[in-house]
Design a protein. Structure first.
Length: 279
């Protein structure tokens, strides 16, 4: 006696393949084809013009400024993220949910709005504008404003990666170290930091990626002045508007390379974390 397979199972057998095909097609349309086009436009006239575009004075200044923004924003957000994570994970206090919401604020508002907020605070007509002007301090359309914008948009990553690790780690080992006579600084370096190192490094990588790739908030507060307040993403836009497409795509290739490096490091850290969890 033979039994036929239910028709429903036959009808459902093609569903996984269909879903995979839709996902792959979407990725090709949204990511792969645009990325391939960027590399094609950058190298279509050969490697020589590509290297020549990367040695332009305005490009070098934009690359240096982008690196400097990341170098300043990453330590600031690392210190803030560790302090915030420690306070939230180790203490229960009124307003804890509000603090978490404030940390997540850069995720929920547009970077352009964030840049406008900085202008309304530190611009000439802003809340602190008259005082800054009387002391000859320029924030908007200058490097300090770019640092503020970059630090704001990249603020949540370290805290958000470290908080769940600290909560999972618990207090037992820290309390044991304190019982044995260790002070808070020794506990942090010898007990807490080793337990959160992979999450912290993951947060640093994401912070660096956001800091180097930020466009909207920095565009609002910088003025986009070539060789003065122009970061690498702003250079790409400005060069493309000036019909210098090879220069724009060459800079975009460098940003794409930084993105690839970020993805590789992210994958390495995720695998290290999985190995540690298994152990």
């Amino acid at each position: 006696m033979t039994t036929d397979k239910p028709k429903s199972s036959k009808n459902q057998s093609f569903v996984p393949g269909l879903l995979i095909g839709i996902a792959v097609s979407y990725l090709f349309l949204v990511q792969y084809i645009p990325a391939i086009n960027v590399f094609y436009q950058a190298f279509k006239k050969g490697v020589g013009p590509f290297i020549e575009n990367l040695t332009r004075t305005d490009f070098l200044h934009a690359a240096w400024l982008t690196l400097l923004l990341a170098v300043i924003a990453i330590p600031l957000n690392t210190v803030f993220g560790l302090c915030a994570a420690w306070a939230i994970a180790r203490h229960k206090f009124p307003g804890r949910a509000i603090v978490l919401s404030i940390i997540d604020l850069p995720f929920s508002i547009s970077p352009v709005v964030a840049g406008l907020m900085i202008v309304l605070l530190y611009g000439r007509q802003g809340w602190f504008g008259p005082w800054l002007q009387s002391h000859d301090i320029q924030i908007i359309f200058a490097f300090p404003g770019m640092v503020l914008a970059t630090a704001f948009v990249s603020m949540p990553f370290v805290a958000r990666e470290v908080i769940p690790i600290l909560e999972e780690f618990g207090k037992d080992q820290e309390e044991a170290a304190r019982t044995l006579g260790a002070n808070d600084w020794q506990i942090f370096w010898r007990v807490t930091l080793p337990s959160i190192r992979w999450g912290l490094l993951y947060g640093l990588i994401l912070t660096n990626a956001r800091a180097m790739g930020e466009f909207g908030a920095v565009s609002v507060v910088s003025g986009n002045i070539a060789s003065r307040t122009q970061s690498l993403p702003l250079f790409v836009e400005d060069a493309y508007k000036q019909y210098e497409t090879e220069a724009a795509f060459s800079a975009a290739v460098l940003l794409a390379f930084l993105a690839v490096v970020t993805l590789v490091l992210k994958e390495i850290i995720e695998r290290k974390t999985q190995i540690k969890d298994v152990e």
